[in-house]
Design a protein around this ligand. Structure first.
Ligand SMILES: [Ca+2]
Ligand SMILES: [Ca+2]
Ligand SMILES: [Ca+2]
Ligand SMILES: [Ca+2]
Length: 251
């Protein structure tokens, strides 16, 4: 088995050098979604193109074992890059398949070495895809948020003995996903459900700074940007008055 795999990968590399045709063992895809789905599927979700300021979502990394060698994937890591200042990563969920040797560190604008391994026989043999991990995020400012993948320090592995898998030839990282962070269309709607009601009032109450915020107070971000209805940098009675005027404003 070991020899067959070595020969197959060797042949694959030769074919690649000769023809420059793709010679994948693992396909990795990044998706941005607002609701989580099952951890294994033949059809991975499509990415959203827009998310509301103050709302959240999930960045999902999916993997599948393709090509002539299909013993299943046993583990892998990638770096997930995103636009810091527009979105903030909150937490990592290693889901059900790759929940051993888990790794992933959230830092400014990236999650380093996100991934894990499985003790089971390899998983995610095409056409199946398995979720490597997902990262929840919050949209903290308006703008374009690009989510992309770069190679993780620990690489990827498939079941059984085989030469190391190389990023770019054996392991292909899928294209970046662009998501626009937008303001809700209605002034005073702070939770992007198109109305102005008690939930929006509660958001304003949680963001109150008073008319003269302490310079040491962090600048408004996320939902609190939306509760500054008169856009003067604070959340005070002036904003409350404007919200009151919008109150009961239904879709
Ligand atoms: Ca609302
Ligand atoms: Ca509502
Ligand atoms: Ca004010
Ligand atoms: Ca204000």
């Amino acid at each position: 088995m070991k020899l067959r795999m070595a020969v197959l990968i060797g042949a694959c590399m030769v074919a690649l050098a000769a023809t420059r045709s793709p010679c994948q063992v693992i396909d990795v895809a990044i998706r941005v979604v607002t609701e989580t789905s099952t951890d294994e599927t033949t059809k991975i979700p499509a990415s959203i193109s827009e998310v509301c300021l103050g709302a959240g979502g999930f960045v999902e990394v999916w993997v599948t074992n393709v090509g002539p060698l299909q013993p299943g994937i046993t583990g892998g890591t990638v770096d997930v890059m995103f636009a810091s200042g527009v979105v903030e990563a909150i937490a990592i969920d290693h889901a059900t398949h790759f929940d051993e040797l888990v790794s992933g560190v959230i830092t400014e604008g990236r999650v380093d070495d996100l991934g894990g391994a499985t003790l089971d026989t390899g998983v995610a043999v095409a056409p199946l895809w398995a979720l490597l991990a997902r990262v929840s995020f919050t949209a903290v400012d308006e703008g374009m948020a690009m989510f992309s993948l770069t190679p993780g320090a620990l690489g990827f592995a498939i079941a059984g003995g085989h030469p190391p898998l190389e990023f770019g030839t054996d392991v292909l990282l899928g294209p970046s996903q662009m998501v626009e962070v937008v303001r809700p269309v209605r002034l005073g709607d702070t939770d992007c459900d198109l109305d102005v009601d008690l939930d929006d009032f509660a958001n304003l109450e949680a963001c109150v700074t008073g008319p003269d915020p302490d310079p040491a107070t962090p600048v408004l971000s996320g939902v609190c940007l939306l509760t500054d209805l008169d856009a003067d940098g604070d959340v005070d009675l002036g904003d409350f008055g404007l919200l009151q005027r919008q109150f009961g404003n239904l879709p």
